[in-house]
Design a protein around this ligand. Sequence first.
Ligand code: FE2
Ligand code: FE2
Length: 332
Amino acid sequence: MTIVIRNQKSTTPTQEISHSRKLLNKMVHNWSRRAQVVQAKSHNLDLNNPELAFDTTRDDFRSDLLPFKDHPAFLGAPFNIQQKILSCGWIAYNEKTVDIESKVVSPACNHIIYQEVPGVDNGVGRQIASDTLVDEAYHILLVMQACRITREQRGLQSLKLPSFNLVKQMILEQGKYSEPWQKILVQIATATVSEVFISDYLNLLAKDTDIQPMNRLVVDTHRKDEMAHHSIFTNLAQCIYTELSPQQQEFFADVFPLPVRWFANSELEVWQTMLEYIGFPKTREVIADCAVTDEVNLSRIDYSGVISLAEELGVLNSQQGIDSFARQGLLK
Ligand SMILES: [Fe+2]
Ligand SMILES: [Fe+2]
């Protein structure tokens, strides 16, 4: 059964919408030139390339991205344990990326393709959602290849991670509402925030020439597509928000800031599983200390892009929007 969020407004498209539609139209035409999956044969991302051969002496990940990077138990751990923890960090980073692609962004694209979202239920909206689905499927392939190589090289083949907090929170939030349009808007809000954040999330590793060369190249290839996705999702959000009814706009204003906090979560359950798996002796102490000081730390992320988008959409023009962002600690 197709569920459609009904457009209860009869507004004429604003200038911003027509600008967003024009941009989306342009991006549809650019897809075959910019998509990394189309260029896969011509660029040098061949994981069998000897220049990308796994170098066991290199770190797989950056220590400053660990939630316990300054904890004395980590800093005092033997080198081989620190290196294994960094490999776990890389695997979790990739598997969280797969979760974002497959459980957050792809379902949002499918809602658009099935014409369940107003403002983007036209040819351009559906085409760009299809292009994005192909991009995300390619990213899953890339990161899973990188993950497999790391697991084999570091003896982490049987490590199995629990669900990531980001997805768990989104599903919990959707479960609070009975109307299908509410669940869809939670998905769209989470996908939009993810696509605004993901370039920054990838940037740090994409430019790090000290880590495993294969890892850097995989992240950089992904980043190139995500630069376009950032623009795609901000323009999709513009087209969608303007076409929502006042009730739906209020709902969107309420849920839009939530994924920012979900992103700021340190994913301690995942970390506990990984540290226990590798036999890190001070797992309980490290996780307990992080839970007190750093479980949700907004200072770890730059959410200015989400605030700017909320301003552009007009979410922050209403007291409801301001209150909703303030409740999540996002307004100073
Ligand atoms: Fe992606
Ligand atoms: Fe994306």
